[in-house]
Design a binder for this molecule. Sequence first.
Ligand SMILES: Nc1ncnc2c1ncn2[C@@H]1O[C@H](COP(=O)(O)OP(=O)(O)OP(=O)(O)O)[C@@H](O)[C@H]1O
Ligand SMILES: [Mg+2]
Length: 249
Amino acid sequence: MGTTRGKILTFANPKGGVGKSTLSCLITAMLEWSNKYDMVQLIDADKQGSSVSLLQRICKNVPCSHYPISYEYDKLNLILLSQLMENTRMKQGNVLVIDTPARPGQEGIELFTKSHAIIVPVSNTMAELPPTLEFVKKIDKIKERFQKIHPHIVIIPNKIHNNRKHLDEFVKYFDNLDVVIGPPIHDSSFIRKVYLKNYELERIERETIFNDLIKVMEFLNRYVMNEELDEIYRIDSKYERSKNLSLIK
Ligand SMILES: Nc1ncnc2c1ncn2[C@@H]1O[C@H](COP(=O)(O)OP(=O)(O)OP(=O)(O)O)[C@@H](O)[C@H]1O
Ligand SMILES: [Mg+2]
């Protein structure tokens, strides 16, 4: 399996509508279907709670709880979520996926940095790229302040049209930042409709978009779950990171 400790994957981007909920549910379902992990669960930290119902329709047997962390809730959910993250980290073969709200607030962002990886979906539009860049810089500053290699920042180009040039421009946008760019997910009419009630999600494996999702899964498995990124950083010894690695691993 290659996982030493439990892993926390947090889907985050303060910009709304980038695909956090959709992708966190689909990836959670695929992690479960892979049968590689002892326990996969999803936490929906958005007050709307849309992931709870979406995941239920994709994959019924995954535990999924709703811990809204927006400013109007008291701090209890932040504390509970933090404890759950700690518990997951201690258990080998456990995976916790967290779907986060738009505009999560500073305390929320600081909590996300306790993840093994922050997965940031973003399309190549000027509506989504600038706020995403600001967010990535903020996370990177926190990592630098504490001299940590975690969380890895994994950008997932989402809603991409079939044009290679667009993707190259996109990759250039994040140049010089300490991020990894995962495989793109194309704009899909199938995904656009996932929230519709009674929409037939069982057909997903027959959809072309499923190939994109498989590539993202393979990427996450290799670099995050099997810790290849940790290894790369260890070789680079960024922030003399080998010391810090032992904290999270
Ligand atoms: N690859 C894609 N192709 C087509 N539509 C997509 C894709 N990814 C997401 N969408 C659509 O974009 C919309 C927003 O997605 P989603 O709700 O997952 O975003 P979000 O980041 O969770 O938003 P919020 O910040 O409001 O929670 C949804 O209608 C979803 O179906
Ligand atoms: Mg959402």
